[in-house]
Each structure stands twice: as structure tokens, then as C-alpha cells.
Design a protein around this ligand. Structure first.
Ligand code: G1P
Length: 293
């Protein structure tokens, strides 16, 4: 009889949030792009909620200068909370922003050398545990959420996992792309990975969509790794070097994904989420019809 080996649980998640958000200027001149709200929740909140749903306890933010609002968002807000309490207002809206003391850790990425470098900055906090990564620009809406689906898959196969989805072939050059092997339901073996390939070199149209579960050895691979696509230290390159040494799978996410790193994606996410919300769907639908004339 074969027994599933006991896997170390995924307790930590790294959120690279040091980016300058230049695509959303001037909105992001004084506030982090991850604080831009989809309706009434900043992007970072969606990612942290998804992590908690998957059982993750410790959030590690890789930040930079000018990103303090992200930390404030998950801190106590004494004046606000006191005022709400005095006025007998509903406090439950703030609940998602309360983390257990000690469960938010921040590290500053002093120089923007790429996603791989940002993740490497968390090595001391990640230690020798497998960990998750969330790119908050990618809004993943599903039930269960994307990371929960990945943790369930991790409990089956272990090793390293990335979430993938199909995009039209002409879009692959903006992403990390997988060379797919055998598929079994939502799980696909990953035989190779390439960051931002030329159209003609792309091994598939399955792209990495901003959620990862990685083994801690990736930190050693990143240590001293050179620059890749776009002159940046790429996480994809480090992952590619792990293939063959550890199991590596892609999980096709069952749910919806919005690219909130682009303005169109952001508007789409806002509209789609509003149409899902019981408290506003009817009015938003009527408004959209009116606007479309
Ligand atoms: C990053 C990753 C890429 C991934 C993408 C998802 O790229 O390097 O592999 O497909 O996020 O959004 P970036 O968008 O930072 O250029």
C-alpha cells in the first residue's frame, strides 16, 4: 500500500509589492498601485484574502519606499476604530484588514532588479519551508480561490506548482510561458519554462498567471543568478533550473482572472465584480445598459 508522504504545509506567502505602478500614473504618484480599489477593496486585500482562505498565516510583503500605506492598511487604525465604535457603526467591514500580531512581515527591496530578486529578498524569512507567491496585479476570482486550488493540488503531488491559463497566442510575449508535458485533469507536468519568449519561440500559449507554490531551494538557485529577459533577474529562469530536480506542475485555475496591471483589465475587473455583488448588481446592470445606449 502506498502512502501519501507528509508534506510541509504552506504557511507563508510572499507578495512582491515594490513596483512603482507607472502604468497608473498619476494615480500612483503618492499611493501604492496595490492600494487601488476594485470597488471598495484594495487589490492587496483580495490577494491576502485568497492567501488566508488557503490556510496561509504569515504574509511577507516585499516593499520599497513610498509603500507604507500597504502596511498601514493591515495595522490598527486607532482613531478610525474608536470613532466607528463610539458612533455604534458596523466594524465588520474592517475585519479583513486585521492580521494576527506578527503575521505581517516586510522586507524592502532596495533596488528594483526584477521579480526573482524581489523573491530572493525574502529568503531569511521563508527559511526552509515551501512557500506561496502572489502577484497582486493578477486578480483571481474563484470558489475556492486560486491558491486554495493550488494547495489542494500540492497536497497531492508536492514539489513546485504554478497557476497557468491560456491566452491568445499573440499575447504570450508578455508573460512566462510553460512547455507542457502530460496532463491529468487540472494538473499538467511542466517540462520547461521561458520568460517573455518571442512569439515563434513560445512552447505553448499557457502562461504563468501570478500564483506560485515553491520549494525553498529556489532561493539558492536565485542566489547569484544573472539577468534574464528585460535585463531583470527573473523568477521564471530560477524555476526553469529546478525542473528535473523536483516535481514541477502547472494548475489550470478554475475561475476568472483579471489583469489589473492594465487599465482595461482594471475596468473589466471593476465592472465584473460589481455585477457579482448582490448589493449593487441590479443598479450596475441598468447603468451599464444606459451607458451603452
Ligand atoms: C511576471 C512574471 C511572468 C508572469 C506575469 C504574470 O511578469 O515574470 O512570468 O507570467 O508576471 O502577470 P511581469 O508582469 O512582472 O512582467
Amino acid at each position: 500500500m502506498t502512502q501519501t508522504p507528509l508534506r510541509k504545509p504552506i504557511r507563508k506567502a510572499v507578495f512582491p509589492v515594490a513596483g512603482l505602478g507607472t502604468r497608473f500614473l498619476p494615480a500612483t504618484k503618492a499611493i501604492p498601485k496595490e492600494m487601488l480599489p476594485i470597488i471598495d477593496r484594495p487589490l492587496i486585500q483580495y490577494a491576502v484574502d485568497e492567501a488566508r482562505e488557503a490556510g496561509i498565516e504569515q504574509m511577507i510583503f516585499i516593499t520599497g519606499r513610498g509603500k507604507t500605506a500597504l502596511i498601514d492598511h493591515f495595522d490598527m487604525a486607532f482613531e478610525l476604530e474608536t470613532t466607528l465604535r463610539d458612533r455604534e457603526k458596523d466594524m465588520s467591514v474592517l475585519e479583513p484588514t486585521w492580521l494576527r500580531p506578527g503575521n505581517l512581515v516586510t522586507v524592502r527591496q532596495q533596488v528594483p532588479l526584477g521579480l526573482g530578486h524581489a523573491i530572493w529578498c525574502a529568503r531569511g524569512i521563508v527559511g526552509d519551508e515551501p512557500f506561496a507567491i502572489f502577484l497582486p496585479d493578477e486578480l483571481m476570482i474563484g470558489s475556492p480561490g486560486c491558491m486554495k486550488q493550488m494547495v489542494d493540488a500540492y497536497n497531492e503531488v508536492g514539489g513546485n506548482l504554478i497557476s497557468v491559463l491560456e491566452v491568445p497566442h499573440e499575447e504570450v510575449s508578455s508573460y512566462g510561458v510553460i512547455d507542457p508535458g502530460k496532463a491529468d485533469g487540472a494538473l499538467t507536468e511542466v517540462k520547461g519554462l521561458v520568460e517573455k519568449p518571442k512569439l515563434e519561440d513560445a512552447p505553448s500559449n499557457l502562461i504563468i498567471s501570478g500564483r506560485y507554490i515553491l520549494q525553498p531551494e529556489v532561493m539558492q538557485v536565485l542566489d547569484g543568478q544573472g539577468k534574464g529577459a528585460g535585463g531583470e533577474i527573473q523568477l521564471t529562469d530560477a524555476m526553469a533550473r529546478m525542473i528535473g530536480t523536483q516535481p514541477f506542475h502547472a494548475v489550470t485555475f478554475a475561475g476568472k482572472r483579471y489583469d489589473c496591471g492594465s487599465k482595461i483589465g482594471f475596468v473589466e475587473a471593476t465592472l465584473a465584480m460589481a455585477l457579482e455583488r448582490e448589493d449593487m448588481a441590479d443598479e450596475v446592470r441598468a447603468m451599464a445598459k444606459r451607458l451603452l445606449g
